[in-house]
Design a protein around this ligand. Structure first.
Ligand code: OGA
Ligand code: NI
Length: 367
Protein backbone atom coordinates (compact mmCIF):
# COMPACT_ATOMS: atom_id res chain seq x y z
CA UNK A 1 0.00 0.00 0.00
CA UNK A 2 2.69 2.51 0.97
CA UNK A 3 4.58 1.70 -2.19
CA UNK A 4 1.89 2.94 -4.55
CA UNK A 5 1.92 6.28 -2.70
CA UNK A 6 5.50 7.20 -3.55
CA UNK A 7 4.91 8.85 -6.90
CA UNK A 8 2.17 10.13 -9.20
CA UNK A 9 0.89 7.63 -11.77
CA UNK A 10 1.14 10.11 -14.65
CA UNK A 11 3.18 13.20 -15.50
CA UNK A 12 1.85 16.14 -13.50
CA UNK A 13 0.12 18.92 -15.43
CA UNK A 14 -0.32 22.26 -13.68
CA UNK A 15 -3.89 23.42 -14.22
CA UNK A 16 -2.69 26.99 -13.98
CA UNK A 17 -0.38 26.43 -16.98
CA UNK A 18 -3.21 24.86 -18.95
CA UNK A 19 -5.44 27.84 -18.21
CA UNK A 20 -2.68 30.29 -19.11
CA UNK A 21 -1.99 28.51 -22.41
CA UNK A 22 -5.29 29.89 -23.65
CA UNK A 23 -6.86 26.53 -24.60
CA UNK A 24 -10.49 26.98 -25.63
CA UNK A 25 -11.37 23.35 -24.96
CA UNK A 26 -10.29 21.67 -21.75
CA UNK A 27 -8.44 18.32 -22.07
CA UNK A 28 -10.52 15.20 -21.75
CA UNK A 29 -8.87 14.37 -18.42
CA UNK A 30 -10.88 17.16 -16.78
CA UNK A 31 -14.27 16.47 -18.36
CA UNK A 32 -16.69 14.97 -15.85
CA UNK A 33 -19.38 12.50 -16.89
CA UNK A 34 -22.63 14.42 -17.59
CA UNK A 35 -24.31 13.52 -14.30
CA UNK A 36 -21.36 14.93 -12.32
CA UNK A 37 -21.19 18.30 -14.05
CA UNK A 38 -22.22 21.47 -12.23
CA UNK A 39 -25.39 21.94 -14.28
CA UNK A 40 -27.18 19.39 -16.40
CA UNK A 41 -28.81 20.54 -19.62
CA UNK A 42 -32.32 19.98 -18.30
CA UNK A 43 -31.78 21.58 -14.94
CA UNK A 44 -34.29 24.43 -14.96
CA UNK A 45 -34.65 24.59 -11.21
CA UNK A 46 -34.13 28.13 -9.90
CA UNK A 47 -30.78 28.83 -8.27
CA UNK A 48 -30.75 28.04 -4.57
CA UNK A 49 -30.68 31.27 -2.62
CA UNK A 50 -30.73 30.12 0.99
CA UNK A 51 -27.41 30.39 2.79
CA UNK A 52 -25.73 28.27 5.44
CA UNK A 53 -26.25 29.48 9.04
CA UNK A 54 -24.15 32.44 10.21
CA UNK A 55 -23.03 32.39 13.87
CA UNK A 56 -21.80 35.34 15.91
CA UNK A 57 -19.08 33.43 17.74
CA UNK A 58 -18.33 36.06 20.38
CA UNK A 59 -21.74 35.38 21.93
CA UNK A 60 -20.48 31.96 23.00
CA UNK A 61 -18.29 33.81 25.53
CA UNK A 62 -20.86 36.45 26.52
CA UNK A 63 -21.66 37.21 30.17
CA UNK A 64 -25.28 37.20 29.12
CA UNK A 65 -26.38 33.61 29.56
CA UNK A 66 -29.29 34.04 27.16
CA UNK A 67 -26.97 35.08 24.35
CA UNK A 68 -24.57 32.28 25.18
CA UNK A 69 -27.23 29.60 25.17
CA UNK A 70 -28.69 30.87 21.95
CA UNK A 71 -25.33 30.90 20.16
CA UNK A 72 -24.55 27.38 21.38
CA UNK A 73 -27.97 26.17 20.29
CA UNK A 74 -27.47 27.66 16.84
CA UNK A 75 -24.08 25.99 16.52
CA UNK A 76 -25.58 22.69 17.60
CA UNK A 77 -28.34 22.74 15.04
CA UNK A 78 -25.90 23.85 12.32
CA UNK A 79 -23.62 20.88 13.12
CA UNK A 80 -26.54 18.49 13.26
CA UNK A 81 -28.61 19.66 10.32
CA UNK A 82 -26.15 21.32 7.97
CA UNK A 83 -22.64 20.15 8.85
CA UNK A 84 -21.68 23.67 7.75
CA UNK A 85 -21.88 27.21 9.11
CA UNK A 86 -20.07 30.54 8.91
CA UNK A 87 -18.60 32.31 11.94
CA UNK A 88 -18.16 36.04 12.39
CA UNK A 89 -16.49 37.69 15.40
CA UNK A 90 -14.31 34.61 15.61
CA UNK A 91 -11.31 36.37 17.16
CA UNK A 92 -8.89 36.01 14.23
CA UNK A 93 -7.58 39.34 12.95
CA UNK A 94 -9.20 40.39 9.66
CA UNK A 95 -5.97 42.00 8.67
CA UNK A 96 -4.09 38.73 9.15
CA UNK A 97 -6.72 36.89 7.09
CA UNK A 98 -6.38 39.38 4.23
CA UNK A 99 -2.60 39.40 4.25
CA UNK A 100 -2.33 35.62 4.38
CA UNK A 101 -4.75 35.08 1.54
CA UNK A 102 -3.02 37.82 -0.46
CA UNK A 103 0.43 36.31 0.05
CA UNK A 104 -0.82 32.97 -1.33
CA UNK A 105 -2.35 34.73 -4.31
CA UNK A 106 1.11 36.19 -4.93
CA UNK A 107 2.69 32.76 -4.58
CA UNK A 108 0.46 31.32 -7.27
CA UNK A 109 1.34 34.24 -9.54
CA UNK A 110 5.01 33.23 -9.48
CA UNK A 111 6.40 31.57 -12.61
CA UNK A 112 5.73 27.86 -12.80
CA UNK A 113 9.46 27.05 -12.60
CA UNK A 114 9.63 28.68 -9.19
CA UNK A 115 6.62 26.83 -7.84
CA UNK A 116 7.94 23.64 -9.36
CA UNK A 117 10.70 23.63 -6.73
CA UNK A 118 7.99 22.76 -4.22
CA UNK A 119 6.46 19.95 -6.30
CA UNK A 120 4.89 17.36 -4.00
CA UNK A 121 4.55 13.58 -4.11
CA UNK A 122 1.74 11.44 -2.69
CA UNK A 123 4.12 10.17 0.02
CA UNK A 124 3.25 13.14 2.27
CA UNK A 125 1.38 15.47 -0.10
CA UNK A 126 3.40 18.38 1.29
CA UNK A 127 4.18 21.07 -1.25
CA UNK A 128 2.80 22.19 -4.60
CA UNK A 129 0.33 19.71 -6.06
CA UNK A 130 -2.23 19.30 -8.79
CA UNK A 131 -4.12 16.13 -7.93
CA UNK A 132 -5.55 14.20 -5.04
CA UNK A 133 -5.39 10.42 -5.36
CA UNK A 134 -3.12 8.14 -7.34
CA UNK A 135 -5.54 6.21 -9.53
CA UNK A 136 -4.11 5.91 -13.01
CA UNK A 137 -6.43 7.44 -15.60
CA UNK A 138 -8.59 9.25 -13.01
CA UNK A 139 -10.59 12.25 -14.16
CA UNK A 140 -8.91 15.25 -12.57
CA UNK A 141 -10.16 18.43 -10.93
CA UNK A 142 -9.54 21.94 -12.23
CA UNK A 143 -7.22 23.14 -9.45
CA UNK A 144 -3.70 23.29 -8.06
CA UNK A 145 -2.87 23.54 -4.36
CA UNK A 146 -0.16 23.92 -1.76
CA UNK A 147 -0.34 21.58 1.21
CA UNK A 148 1.63 21.86 4.45
CA UNK A 149 1.68 20.45 7.98
CA UNK A 150 1.31 22.93 10.82
CA UNK A 151 0.64 20.75 13.88
CA UNK A 152 1.97 18.85 15.70
CA UNK A 153 5.13 20.89 15.82
CA UNK A 154 7.22 17.78 15.19
CA UNK A 155 5.73 17.66 11.66
CA UNK A 156 6.09 21.39 10.98
CA UNK A 157 8.78 22.07 8.45
CA UNK A 158 8.89 25.74 7.41
CA UNK A 159 11.92 25.01 5.21
CA UNK A 160 9.63 23.49 2.63
CA UNK A 161 7.06 26.30 2.79
CA UNK A 162 7.39 28.96 0.07
CA UNK A 163 10.45 31.19 0.51
CA UNK A 164 8.82 33.76 -1.76
CA UNK A 165 6.95 35.99 -1.22
CA UNK A 166 9.28 36.89 1.63
CA UNK A 167 6.53 37.17 4.24
CA UNK A 168 4.88 33.85 3.39
CA UNK A 169 6.45 31.66 6.10
CA UNK A 170 5.92 34.20 8.84
CA UNK A 171 2.29 34.75 7.86
CA UNK A 172 1.57 31.03 7.68
CA UNK A 173 3.05 30.58 11.16
CA UNK A 174 0.92 33.38 12.60
CA UNK A 175 -2.20 32.39 10.69
CA UNK A 176 -1.81 28.74 11.75
CA UNK A 177 -1.46 29.77 15.37
CA UNK A 178 -4.56 31.99 15.38
CA UNK A 179 -6.75 29.61 13.41
CA UNK A 180 -5.76 26.61 15.56
CA UNK A 181 -6.84 28.61 18.61
CA UNK A 182 -10.22 29.07 16.98
CA UNK A 183 -10.27 25.33 16.25
CA UNK A 184 -9.77 24.60 19.95
CA UNK A 185 -12.67 26.91 20.89
CA UNK A 186 -14.94 25.27 18.34
CA UNK A 187 -14.04 21.85 19.76
CA UNK A 188 -15.09 23.05 23.23
CA UNK A 189 -18.38 24.40 21.93
CA UNK A 190 -19.07 21.10 20.13
CA UNK A 191 -18.24 19.09 23.29
CA UNK A 192 -20.59 21.14 25.44
CA UNK A 193 -23.31 20.93 22.83
CA UNK A 194 -23.00 17.15 22.74
CA UNK A 195 -23.42 17.04 26.52
CA UNK A 196 -19.79 16.01 27.03
CA UNK A 197 -17.15 17.52 29.29
CA UNK A 198 -15.90 20.61 27.52
CA UNK A 199 -12.43 19.25 26.80
CA UNK A 200 -13.50 15.74 25.86
CA UNK A 201 -13.31 16.15 22.08
CA UNK A 202 -9.99 17.94 22.25
CA UNK A 203 -8.63 15.17 24.50
CA UNK A 204 -9.86 12.56 22.05
CA UNK A 205 -7.84 14.42 19.39
CA UNK A 206 -4.71 14.20 21.56
CA UNK A 207 -4.89 17.57 23.34
CA UNK A 208 -3.96 21.05 22.13
CA UNK A 209 -0.26 20.24 21.63
CA UNK A 210 -0.81 17.00 19.77
CA UNK A 211 -3.70 17.69 17.40
CA UNK A 212 -2.93 17.55 13.72
CA UNK A 213 -3.40 20.70 11.68
CA UNK A 214 -2.66 21.07 7.97
CA UNK A 215 -3.20 23.92 5.60
CA UNK A 216 -4.29 23.36 2.03
CA UNK A 217 -4.30 26.47 -0.10
CA UNK A 218 -6.48 25.82 -3.11
CA UNK A 219 -5.93 27.65 -6.38
CA UNK A 220 -8.73 27.44 -8.95
CA UNK A 221 -7.63 28.97 -12.27
CA UNK A 222 -10.14 30.43 -14.72
CA UNK A 223 -11.66 27.71 -16.83
CA UNK A 224 -12.74 28.08 -20.47
CA UNK A 225 -15.46 25.41 -20.06
CA UNK A 226 -16.64 25.61 -16.46
CA UNK A 227 -19.81 23.64 -17.22
CA UNK A 228 -17.85 20.48 -18.00
CA UNK A 229 -15.64 20.20 -14.94
CA UNK A 230 -15.27 20.92 -11.21
CA UNK A 231 -12.61 22.72 -9.19
CA UNK A 232 -12.91 20.06 -6.51
CA UNK A 233 -15.07 16.94 -6.80
CA UNK A 234 -17.69 16.07 -4.19
CA UNK A 235 -16.14 14.91 -0.92
CA UNK A 236 -16.53 15.12 2.82
CA UNK A 237 -13.44 16.24 4.69
CA UNK A 238 -11.78 13.19 6.25
CA UNK A 239 -10.42 15.00 9.33
CA UNK A 240 -11.99 16.59 12.40
CA UNK A 241 -13.21 20.00 11.37
CA UNK A 242 -12.29 22.44 8.63
CA UNK A 243 -11.85 26.20 8.95
CA UNK A 244 -12.07 27.66 5.46
CA UNK A 245 -11.16 31.15 4.40
CA UNK A 246 -12.96 31.50 1.07
CA UNK A 247 -12.09 33.97 -1.65
CA UNK A 248 -13.89 37.16 -0.69
CA UNK A 249 -14.59 38.06 -4.30
CA UNK A 250 -15.40 34.78 -6.00
CA UNK A 251 -18.03 32.22 -4.96
CA UNK A 252 -17.40 28.58 -5.78
CA UNK A 253 -18.06 26.35 -2.77
CA UNK A 254 -21.26 24.31 -3.01
CA UNK A 255 -22.77 22.31 -0.17
CA UNK A 256 -25.04 19.34 -0.66
CA UNK A 257 -28.33 20.10 1.03
CA UNK A 258 -31.33 17.77 0.73
CA UNK A 259 -30.09 16.41 -2.56
CA UNK A 260 -29.24 19.69 -4.29
CA UNK A 261 -26.13 21.83 -4.50
CA UNK A 262 -26.29 25.13 -2.71
CA UNK A 263 -23.72 27.83 -3.51
CA UNK A 264 -22.33 29.38 -0.34
CA UNK A 265 -22.34 33.18 -0.19
CA UNK A 266 -19.33 34.10 1.92
CA UNK A 267 -20.03 36.75 4.57
CA UNK A 268 -17.22 39.35 4.71
CA UNK A 269 -14.44 38.42 7.16
CA UNK A 270 -16.13 35.17 8.13
CA UNK A 271 -14.71 31.66 8.20
CA UNK A 272 -16.70 28.76 6.84
CA UNK A 273 -16.66 25.86 9.32
CA UNK A 274 -17.53 22.31 8.46
CA UNK A 275 -17.67 19.03 10.32
CA UNK A 276 -15.27 16.33 9.10
CA UNK A 277 -15.66 12.56 9.21
CA UNK A 278 -13.77 12.17 12.52
CA UNK A 279 -16.27 14.34 14.40
CA UNK A 280 -19.12 12.50 12.72
CA UNK A 281 -17.57 9.30 14.13
CA UNK A 282 -16.86 10.72 17.62
CA UNK A 283 -20.38 12.13 17.86
CA UNK A 284 -21.81 8.79 16.70
CA UNK A 285 -23.39 10.61 13.75
CA UNK A 286 -25.18 13.29 15.79
CA UNK A 287 -23.04 15.68 13.76
CA UNK A 288 -22.74 15.27 10.01
CA UNK A 289 -19.82 15.65 7.71
CA UNK A 290 -21.57 16.93 4.62
CA UNK A 291 -20.56 16.54 1.01
CA UNK A 292 -19.31 19.62 -0.76
CA UNK A 293 -17.61 20.53 -4.01
CA UNK A 294 -16.21 23.55 -5.83
CA UNK A 295 -17.32 24.96 -9.18
CA UNK A 296 -15.11 27.11 -11.37
CA UNK A 297 -15.82 29.96 -13.77
CA UNK A 298 -14.39 31.57 -16.88
CA UNK A 299 -13.88 35.09 -15.47
CA UNK A 300 -11.94 34.92 -12.25
CA UNK A 301 -9.45 32.66 -10.57
CA UNK A 302 -10.15 31.80 -6.94
CA UNK A 303 -7.98 31.19 -3.86
CA UNK A 304 -9.18 29.53 -0.66
CA UNK A 305 -7.33 28.49 2.50
CA UNK A 306 -8.53 25.32 4.21
CA UNK A 307 -7.13 24.59 7.64
CA UNK A 308 -7.88 21.00 8.59
CA UNK A 309 -8.04 20.42 12.33
CA UNK A 310 -7.48 16.72 12.89
CA UNK A 311 -6.87 14.10 15.55
CA UNK A 312 -3.29 13.13 16.27
CA UNK A 313 -2.93 10.58 13.55
CA UNK A 314 -2.04 7.48 15.60
CA UNK A 315 -4.96 7.68 18.07
CA UNK A 316 -7.96 5.42 17.72
CA UNK A 317 -11.09 7.43 16.97
CA UNK A 318 -14.43 5.87 17.83
CA UNK A 319 -17.88 7.01 18.96
CA UNK A 320 -17.67 8.65 22.37
CA UNK A 321 -18.87 6.17 25.05
CA UNK A 322 -21.32 8.74 26.41
CA UNK A 323 -23.05 8.86 23.04
CA UNK A 324 -23.44 5.10 22.73
CA UNK A 325 -26.36 3.25 24.31
CA UNK A 326 -28.48 0.17 23.69
CA UNK A 327 -30.85 2.38 21.73
CA UNK A 328 -28.04 3.97 19.81
CA UNK A 329 -25.19 1.52 19.36
CA UNK A 330 -21.79 2.61 18.07
CA UNK A 331 -22.13 3.16 14.34
CA UNK A 332 -18.39 2.99 13.57
CA UNK A 333 -15.49 0.77 14.56
CA UNK A 334 -12.34 2.35 16.05
CA UNK A 335 -9.78 3.48 13.49
CA UNK A 336 -6.73 5.73 13.49
CA UNK A 337 -6.69 8.81 11.30
CA UNK A 338 -3.48 7.54 9.66
CA UNK A 339 -5.38 4.52 8.49
CA UNK A 340 -8.48 6.48 7.58
CA UNK A 341 -6.86 9.10 5.38
CA UNK A 342 -4.93 6.60 3.28
CA UNK A 343 -8.18 5.99 1.48
CA UNK A 344 -8.67 9.57 0.22
CA UNK A 345 -4.96 9.87 -0.46
CA UNK A 346 -5.21 6.85 -2.73
CA UNK A 347 -8.67 7.21 -4.26
CA UNK A 348 -9.04 10.98 -4.35
CA UNK A 349 -12.31 12.82 -3.58
CA UNK A 350 -15.00 10.23 -3.17
CA UNK A 351 -18.19 11.81 -1.84
CA UNK A 352 -19.14 10.30 1.51
CA UNK A 353 -18.33 6.76 0.46
CA UNK A 354 -15.64 6.16 3.03
CA UNK A 355 -17.38 7.11 6.25
CA UNK A 356 -20.57 5.43 5.03
CA UNK A 357 -18.67 2.25 4.16
CA UNK A 358 -17.52 1.91 7.77
CA UNK A 359 -21.11 1.27 8.79
CA UNK A 360 -21.54 -1.73 6.52
CA UNK A 361 -18.19 -2.48 5.00
CA UNK A 362 -18.14 -2.92 1.24
CA UNK A 363 -15.37 -2.32 -1.22
CA UNK A 364 -15.29 1.08 -2.85
CA UNK A 365 -14.58 0.35 -6.49
CA UNK A 366 -17.03 2.80 -8.08
CA UNK A 367 -14.80 5.83 -7.59
C1 OGA B 1 -11.29 21.54 0.74
C2 OGA B 1 -12.49 22.28 0.29
C3 OGA B 1 -13.45 24.33 -0.53
C4 OGA B 1 -13.06 25.58 -1.24
O1 OGA B 1 -10.17 22.07 0.53
O2 OGA B 1 -11.45 20.42 1.29
O3 OGA B 1 -13.55 21.74 0.38
O4 OGA B 1 -13.89 26.48 -1.28
N1 OGA B 1 -12.33 23.52 -0.20
O5 OGA B 1 -11.94 25.67 -1.76
NI1 NI C 1 -13.44 20.00 1.66
Amino acid sequence: MMNCLQSWPEPVVRVQSLAASGVRAIPERYIKPPSHRPLTKNDFSPPQEANIPVIDFQNVFSDDQRLRDEALRNIHSACHEWGFFQVVNHGVSHELMKRTSEVWREFFKLPVEVKQEYANTPATYEGYGSRLGVEKGAILDWSDYFFLNYMPESLRNPNIWPATPASCRELVAEYGHEVCKLGGKLMKAFSMNLGLEEDLLLKAFGGEENVGACLRVNYYPKCPQPDLTLGLSPHSDPGGLTILLPDENVAGLQVCRKGSWLTVKPVPNAFIINIGDQIQVLSNAIYQSVEHRVIVNSNKDRVSLALFYNPRSDLLIEPSKQLVSDDRPALYPPMTYDEYRLYVRTKGPCGKKQVESLKSPRPCSEC
